[in-house]
Design a protein around this ligand. Structure first.
Ligand SMILES: Cc1cc2nc3c(=O)[nH]c(=O)nc-3n(C[C@H](O)[C@H](O)[C@H](O)COP(=O)(O)OP(=O)(O)OC[C@H]3O[C@@H](n4cnc5c(N)ncnc54)[C@H](O)[C@@H]3O)c2cc1C
Length: 357
């Protein structure tokens, strides 16, 4: 028996409601073509095969914040839903979503790969643990003394865990291709208000930092990040150290070195001081990176909000489902939140179909 894409964890609309909605071919718009918008699109097309779906976005693929991310599945405690239970459910559902892709023929094209990771600290044992994922990843354990020697000197604490990583350089084009091949439409434009949209039965708002202006949401704050993309085909393991240092391998031999977390900074330019500090910390962690070939530097503003906003709103009779504010964890947690957003949207459509019967 084929499990559904979330490993049987998705609440689904009843078949009869879905058939009624399918017959009616609802017109749906998804605003935003980052990892959140396109994951909503994927789930939506699977749940509602005959829906007329349009993605409306100002930026696509390599121009999105999603494309800056390394995309590793390792949440921090700043990723928060409205309660711990919801946060954990989003994380768990996301994990099974990525596992389903990982064991499919699409894994390579979708940019999903398994990654082994070490997280070390010179100062604090607790930062090497992660209670949000220790119960779902196959391995999460403390390192032994020999493993501390894998990196440079002076590291006192460490954990090893196995996880997954999604490279948006592949994932976004993969979803977009599949979406268009199933009849999905794409419009390239900026949306400055919900009321400026043509008539849709349902709109998903997945605009990341753009939601700050579209929704006048003061709770949405950027956390600026900056990374190097380097050529390191020999690197097969991820390493984390103190002060936001991380080294994450990727497909095509391109690794991501980071990083910084600058709260409320809107600077989208590469900062040479940040660059120097990032490189110094990464080489300090893994000396083999000295003089590594740099292929690019990227800056992205993580859309941070507590809690992440997954809820519906009626705006001038338009049914809107918001899904934004994932901070530094939007790649890994896109599926869990998108599943809930789609469920909320389908419930809204179902209730309006029922009221017409
Ligand atoms: C340096 C760095 C490292 C990261 N590492 C990781 C990691 O390892 N793991 C992880 O899970 N996450 C990571 N993240 C976080 C992750 O990148 C974000 O949480 C995620 O990309 C948010 O996705 P999004 O779709 O909401 O936003 P975006 O990718 O920004 O997409 C938003 C989309 O909406 C469109 N849009 C916005 N406003 C409008 C408008 N008014 N009209 C039309 N279109 C609009 C944009 O053009 C864009 O297409 C990292 C982020 C950074 C910066």
């Amino acid at each position: 028996m084929r499990r559904n894409l979330t490993g049987g964890h998705t609440p689904r609309v009843s078949r009869s409601s879905r058939q009624i909605m399918d017959r009616n071919s609802p017109k749906i718009a998804v605003l935003g073509a980052g990892v959140i918008g396109l994951t909503v699109v994927k789930i939506l097309q699977e749940e509602l095969r005959h829906a007329d779906v349009t993605v409306i976005s100002e930026k696509f693929k390599e121009d999105t914040v999603s494309n800056v991310a390394a995309g590793i599945f390792r949440p921090g405690l700043s990723f928060r839903g409205p309660s711990y239970e919801v946060t954990k459910r989003w994380i768990d559902k996301s994990w099974y979503f990525w596992q389903d892709i990982l064991k499919s023929r699409d894994a390579d094209e979708a940019g999903v790969i398994p990654v082994s990771s070490y997280i070390f600290s010179k100062e604090n044992y607790h930062v090497t643990r992660n209670r949000l994922i220790e119960d779902i990843v196959p391995i999460y354990r403390a390192v032994d003394k020999d493993e501390l020697k894998l990196v440079s000197e002076g590291w006192k604490y460490g954990s090893y865990f196995t996880t997954v990583k999604t490279g948006c350089d592949r994932y976004l084009p993969w979803i977009q291709r599949t979406f268009e091949s199933k009849g999905g439409k794409i419009i390239n434009r900026n949306v400055d208000s919900f009321t400026s949209l043509p008539k849709y039965d349902l709109v998903f708002n997945c605009t990341g930092m753009g939601a700050k202006y579209l929704c006048k949401d003061d709770d949405l704050v950027p956390i600026r990040g900056q990374v190097f993309k380097v050529k390191a085909p020999w690197l097969k393991t991820a390493f984390y150290g103190d002060y936001d240092a991380y080294i994450i391998p990727g497909q095509d031999g391109i690794a991501t070195l980071g990083g910084v977390r600058q709260y409320d900074s809107y600077n989208t330019q590469v900062c040479r001081h940040d660059a120097a500090a990032i490189m110094e910390r990464c080489v300090d962690l893994l000396p083999a990176l000295k003089n590594v070939e740099i292929v690019g530097q990227r800056v992205g503003l993580r859309p941070h909000r507590v809690p992440v906003r997954v809820e519906s709103e009626m705006i001038d009779k338009l049914k809107v489902v918001h899904c934004y504010g994932h901070g530094g964890y939007g790649v890994m947690c896109a599926p869990g939140t998108a599943i809930d957003a789609v469920q909320i949207g389908l419930d809204l459509l179902r209730s309006s179909v029922r009221s017409k019967i």
